[in-house]
Write a protein that binds this ligand. Structure first.
Ligand code: GAL
Length: 378
């Protein structure tokens, strides 16, 4: 199965942790449609850990949905999600138990894949806790990938081993379509920055068909919910969403979308940024240096886009405002190229022209500017 673009959706974990149930899922499905998220591209609704009973069915050895949380069973949940035009995702683990201490799929991969297919899932997130020492990580991901491929459904396989065991070097061979490259996100700026920067030198591994997943977004959480912690500001969320879009990470929302505030909603539906993330050419993002004596904590990324434009993302992570300078020569446009640059500000939609060999911007503390750039004849 080919997955042409980094998957987009919503997952229960950041906000609800273990406290999930049918009502929350159905309300989230309603919200994804009513708030225009499905139209913006967010199509997967994923139930994370803690959905099953603590033990398998003693006779069939199958996983069983918790009847208190899901009184009508998982098929009914899947049917509801599908009736909304959404796709349905679930969670299991390569280990003996899941991270939340529910039964994992170890040694039950094929029967679990069958169960998931019968539920009607379209996406499986596959975690890495309580891994048996009797085998290796690659074999465990091969097993579940093969089990999913043996079902009659197209199921996106979302590996989640937090970047361990040099996952970059082997995950693509297993059949996974996305792979978590980081530990768990928390809703605070230092943690978000830590996760993103850990992937700055790993962009060569993010390829069409198998995407580097930097974890679920915290945009809109403002400190509330399971991964809440101190919370972020809306400007922090602009940096976060901008980085995830520029670096081509899957965009899996984690806030309580039923009650999301207007600014966060506008941000996650930003068409310019989503277009960069979902660009069909799937080019590797590259980093250029920031030519500025005043800023020691900035990053500039470039991503070439399918129509000949490129995206330019300039990030100031520092605690003070700074001038950040991008040199077009480093993008491969020398001063003698005979081109100037039409800029579209991805946050405001404003257009401007840059007829120079560099773009120099004064960016506030923890701020970002992202442009779609069209090189045109001078
Ligand atoms: C972690 C995983 C989280 C979440 C959690 C559930 O290992 O990284 O995203 O799935 O387990 O217990």
């Amino acid at each position: 199965m080919v997955v042409n673009k980094a998957p987009m959706g919503w997952n229960t974990w950041n906000t609800f942790g273990p406290n999930i149930n049918e009502k929350i899922i159905m309300e989230a499905a309603d919200a994804m449609v009513e708030k225009g998220l499905l139209d913006a591209g967010y199509e997967y609704l994923v139930i994370d850990d803690c959905w099953s009973l603590k033990q398998r069915d003693p006779v069939t050895r199958r996983l069983v949905a918790d009847p208190v949380k899901f009184p009508n069973g998982m098929k009914a949940v899947a049917d509801y999600i599908h009736s909304k035009g959404l796709k349905f995702g679930m969670y299991s683990c390569a280990g003996v138990r899941t991270c939340g201490d529910y039964p994992g799929s170890f040694d039950h991969e094929f029967i679990d894949a069958e169960t998931f297919a019968e539920f009607g899932i379209d996406f499986l997130k596959y975690d890495y806790c309580y891994r048996s020492s009797s085998t290796t990580g690659p074999i465990l991901y091969h097993r579940m990938a093969n089990a999913l491929r043996a079902t009659s459904r197209d199921i996106v396989f979302s590996a989640c081993n937090w970047g361990k065991d040099d996952v970059y070097s082997w995950i693509r061979s297993t059949g996974a379509h996305l792979y978590r490259s980081t530990g768990d996100i928390l809703d605070n700026f230092p943690r978000v920055k830590e996760l993103a920067t850990s992937q700055f030198d790993k962009q060569c591994y993010n390829t069409p068909g198998c995407y580097n997943d930097m974890d679920m977004l915290t945009v809109g959480m403002f400190g509330k919910g399971h991964a809440g912690t101190e919370g972020c500001t809306i400007n922090d969320y602009k940096i976060q969403f901008g980085l995830w879009c520029m670096l081509g990470s899957p965009l899996i929302l984690g806030c309580d979308i039923r009650n999301i505030d207007d600014e966060s909603l506008k941000l996650i539906k930003n068409e310019h940024l989503i277009a960069i993330n979902q660009d069909i050419e799937g080019r590797q993002t590259f980093q250029i240096s920031s030519k500025s004596w005043s800023c020691h904590d900035a990053a500039i990324f470039v991503r070439k886009l399918e129509n000949g434009d490129f995206a330019l993302g300039m990030f100031n992570f520092a605690d003070r405002a700074a001038t950040v300078v991008a040199m077009f020569d480093e993008v491969g446009y020398p001063a003698n190229c005979g081109l100037k640059f039409e800029l579209t500000d991805c946050f405001t939609g404003e257009k401007s022209i840059c007829d120079s060999d560099s773009l120099s911007l004064y960016i506030e503390s923890r701020g970002t500017r992202i442009y779609r750039v069209k090189p045109v004849k001078r």
